[in-house]
Design a protein around this ligand. Structure first.
Ligand code: ADP
Length: 835
């Protein structure tokens, strides 16, 4: 059979079905067998049954035909599958998004490339140039050789990352899956490419970001700490080490609560809050460093989530605010002490923005104005509303003037507090100017000087009283000398003239007028606190009690009189007659204040003053006092009268009713006894005078009942020292007429000379106290040195501390108050000279 007929047959058979082929082959085989049998029987002469031959041929050819056809069919179907597979594969490759390139392994020549590859590498007709080298697409081209070598070595599919470039020269990154395989009889690299340029960029950015983040965490001044759900430390940056004193190695993987003081319920609460998805926003905590030092921290916490949004850890940022806290505490302390200092000094401060008018007060400024920070909004208007209406215009004008001239502003004015009380304030302010010289800000202080003003007023008042007292004392002293002479001679005259004579009557008139003048002088002396006192420890209640009936007579019937005397009243040291004078004067005034009747109460009580009370009417020293009060329900004292009531000769009473010496005497007596007087009054409601006298612990002095000594006139020599000639000659006359020998001297020096001559004959010296050059006291001291046996009798109208302190004469001193009557002098001298 010629090859072409063979091909035809094969071709024919390949297109027949198995059945057809079997039938055809069997038929052809049977016919061929019959023909062969026929031919053989013709040749050999052996006759074969054609039927039998046909059957045998059929049975032989059929299986052979069948086997042949099955094989042909298998061959045919495998060829078909291969073609189908090939076409399917090429379709898959064609439609695949991944570029595919096949390049010869030996030299890198490209054997095959999908259109995708061309498209990906940006070739205009999406086809890579045929037979180009693989290195043409790699960047750098030599990288292609390395790539091929790696694929060859791998002996299986290998994944690599390569850098390539497009036709336009742009770099691209690809993830390559490649394998070495046969391609049409030669070793070739099959490679699929996946563009990872963008992913690479993202990864690069992410990695850069991560690096930045790491650098930030490392360099952060804040502690950055990450704790997992169990509280184990996952991240601990250097700042955390700095702040807490624990190194990263020491704490990583350790449980935060096991570190010093982390194990606080407070911390665990915060951690739990974060694990529940909450945050912690700047909580201030106080902790301990590893070395035990206290640290103040501000802590922020936030949950960190995994991909499933589950909270897996706690990110904590911690700032060390120890220094800031210390600074804040120091600032607070200094603000507190400034505020305290302002409160103590009653000095507030204020600031005003002159452009906006905004005004701020310190706490003390609020206090001074009697305002509350919560309700009062300081402004220029509200400030002026607080100023006393009479002062408003003046200080407004002064402030404007100060702003205009930029000179410091000073003012003293009154403010009215919401409760109606009036305070005196002193203001100082200075201005801050802008570059053009315009005042833009005023900074000032405001000082409450009310107490200072009161003290100033008290001082002014007491200085005035002092001056008046000195004047009154001086007058009284000279008057006493004159009165002594008037008294003395008028009594001598009375003794010399017969009682029936008219001149006797004249002399009596002179003596009576002298007595009245002496009473006036005594009051002046009392006021000027120059009286000579003979104080004793006494019970004020007893003094008042003894005066009771006399006072009731004095008050009259239409005034109800009560005394409320404290049962356990302390004792005082005072001159009894002076104290009686005080009670009398106060009661008389109270009576006069209630012409139509009312109530008069005398009250006594103890007072313990623990500290000085500068806010009181008088600045009393701390101590124990006995208080004697005289209250009335009378007309009260008007505000314009009040400042003058203690002045001598100040009276609001009719000409013959008041002398104006009652209260000035009270004032003098109480002050001379170390006490204070206050007055509380309300017009039409009454007045209360209170005298406070220092309490003493000694028992009451009881005067001993001494029998009157018999007087003797034995012609003893008496030295009289008196600078006033009238008084001196009167004393001489009285004593000589009484039988004494008198040596008289004008001054101390002269007296000492006389003594040195007369020597021991002098038994007594009668001396004035207040004398120029040498006081009576000094003279007596000198005398005691040379003639200790000579006794001394002091004469004085008043004291200037030459007798004793504050006019209180020393125990054992003999003293006769001027003006005196001759008989008083004679009695005193007689007492002293009696054995
Ligand atoms: P005098 O009583 O002679 O006027 P004082 O020195 O005792 O002098 O008193 C001075 C003035 O003080 C009185 O004129 C009177 O105006 C006032 N005064 C004193 N005590 C009272 C009182 N209890 N009530 C009202 N005014 C008084």
């Amino acid at each position: 059979m010629s090859p072409s007929s063979k091909d035809h047959l094969a071709d024919f058979l390949s297109r027949c079905s198995v059945g057809q082929g079997v039938a055809l082959i069997t038929a052809v085989g049977t016919i061929v067998c019959l023909l062969l049998a026929l031919s053989f029987s013709l040749i050999s002469g052996i006759a074969y049954s054609p039927l039998m031959i046909a059957v045998v041929a059929l049975l032989t050819a059929a299986p052979i035909a069948y086997i042949l056809m099955v094989r042909i069919d298998r061959l045919r179907s495998s060829e078909r599958i291969s073609v189908e597979n090939k076409s399917r594969l090429s379709t898959i490759v064609e439609i695949s998004a991944l570029p595919v390139i096949i390049a010869r392994q030996s030299d890198g020549v490209m054997l095959y490339a999908t259109p995708r590859a061309g498209e990906w590498l940006k070739y205009p007709i999406d086809r890579l140039p045929k037979s180009s080298l693989l290195g043409h697409y790699f960047d750098p081209p030599e990288a292609a050789e390395t790539f091929v070598a790696e694929v060859r070595q791998a002996e299986r599919v290998v994944d690599l990352e390569v850098r390539m470039k497009t036709a336009e020269g742009d770099p691209i990154w690809a993830s390559v899956s490649a394998v070495l395989r046969d391609f049409e009889g030669q070793q070739a690299v099959y490679a699929t490419f996946r563009d990872i340029t963008e992913q690479k960029r993202v990864n690069d950015r992410l990695s850069a970001l991560n690096d930045t983040l790491q650098a930030m965490i490392q360099a952060s001044p804040l502690a950055v700490i990450v704790l997992n759900e169990e509280g184990l430390i996952q991240l601990w940056n250097p700042a955390a080490g700095e702040i807490f004193g624990w190194s990263t190695q020491e704490v990583l993987g350790r449980s935060a609560p096991t570190l010093t003081e982390f194990n606080l319920p407070e911390f665990l609460d915060l951690h739990r809050r974060v694990l529940r998805g909450g945050g912690v926003d700047g909580v201030t905590l106080r902790r301990q460093r590893k070395d035990g030092a206290r640290i103040d921290l501000t802590v922020w916490m936030a949950p960190l989530h995994d991909a499933q949004q589950r909270v897996v850890s706690n990110l904590a940022l911690v700032s060390d605010i120890t220094e800031q806290k210390k600074a804040e505490e120091a600032l607070q302390t200094s603000q507190d002490s400034l505020s305290r200092a302002q409160q103590i000094a009653h000095i507030g401060n204020w600031e005003q923005n002159l452009d906006t008018g905004e005004l701020t007060f310190s706490e003390e400024a609020y206090r001074i104005f009697g305002r509350s920070k919560a309700t009062f909004r300081p402004s220029l208007d509200t400030f002026y509303q607080s100023v006393h209406p009479d002062d408003r215009d003046t200080i407004r004008a002064a402030f404007r003037e100060a702003i205009a001239t930029r000179r410091p502003y000073h003012s003293v004015h009154r403010v009215i507090r919401p409760n109606g009380t009036e305070r005196f304030v002193r203001q100082h302010a200075e201005f801050t100017c802008d570059s053009t010289g315009r005042a833009i800000r005023a900074s000032g202080t405001v000082q409450d000087i009310t107490e200072f003003k009161q003290l100033e007023e008290q001082l002014r008042q007491s200085q005035k009283m002092e001056a008046v007292g000195r004047l009154a004392g001086g007058i009284a002293h000279d008057f006493n000398n004159l009165l002594t002479v008037i008294h003395g001679y008028s009594q001598l005259l009375l003794m010399a003239v017969d009682t029936e004579e008219t001149r006797h009557g004249y002399a009596e008139q002179i003596l009576e007028a002298g007595e009245r003048a002496a009473a006036l002088t005594r009051q002046l002396l009392a006021f000027s606190r120059k009286q000579v006192l003979q104080p004793k420890v006494m019970d004020v209640n007893a003094v008042v009690g003894n005066m009771d009936s006399m006072l009731r007579r004095l008050i009259g019937g239409n005034i109800a009189f009560f005394s409320m005397l404290s049962p356990r009243l302390a004792k005082i040291r005072a001159d009894k007659s002076q104290l009686e004078q005080v009670v009398m004067n106060l009661v008389v005034n109270a009576r006069d204040a209630m012409p139509t009747g009312g109530e008069l109460i005398i009250e006594t009580s103890n007072l313990s003053l623990l500290e000085a009370d500068p806010k009181g009417d008088v600045n009393m020293l701390p101590g124990e006092y006995v208080m004697l009060a005289v209250k009335d329900t009378g007309m009260g004292i008007q505000a314009d009268v009040l400042p003058h009531i203690f002045e001598p000769f100040f009276t609001t009473k009719d000409v013959n009713k008041g002398t104006g010496l009652g209260l000035s005497t009270v004032y003098g007596i109480i002050h001379q006894s170390g006490g204070y007087v206050t007055v509380e009054t309300k017009p039409e409601h009454g007045t209360t005078f209170r005298a406070f006298l220092p309490a003493v612990l000694e028992p009451v002095d009881i005067a001993p009942l001494t029998p009157q000594p018999a007087l003797s006139y034995n012609g003893e020599t008496i030295l009289v020292v008196e600078d006033e000639p009238g008084v001196r000659s009167l004393i001489r006359t009285i004593l000589e007429e009484s039988g004494y020998t008198v040596l008289a001297a004008e001054r101390g020096k002269e007296a000492l000379e006389l003594l040195s001559k007369a020597g021991a004959s002098v038994r007594l010296m009668v001396t004035d106290v207040v004398m120029p050059e040498m006081s009576g006291r000094e003279l007596a001291d000198r005398l005691a040195e040379t003639h200790p046996s000579i006794k001394v009798l002091y004469l004085s109208g008043y004291t200037n501390d030459q007798i004793g302190h504050d006019g209180v004469i020393d125990q054992g001193m003999s003293f006769l108050q001027k003006p005196f009557l001759p008989e008083m002098l004679i009695r005193k001298v007689g007492e002293l000279l009696s054995p």
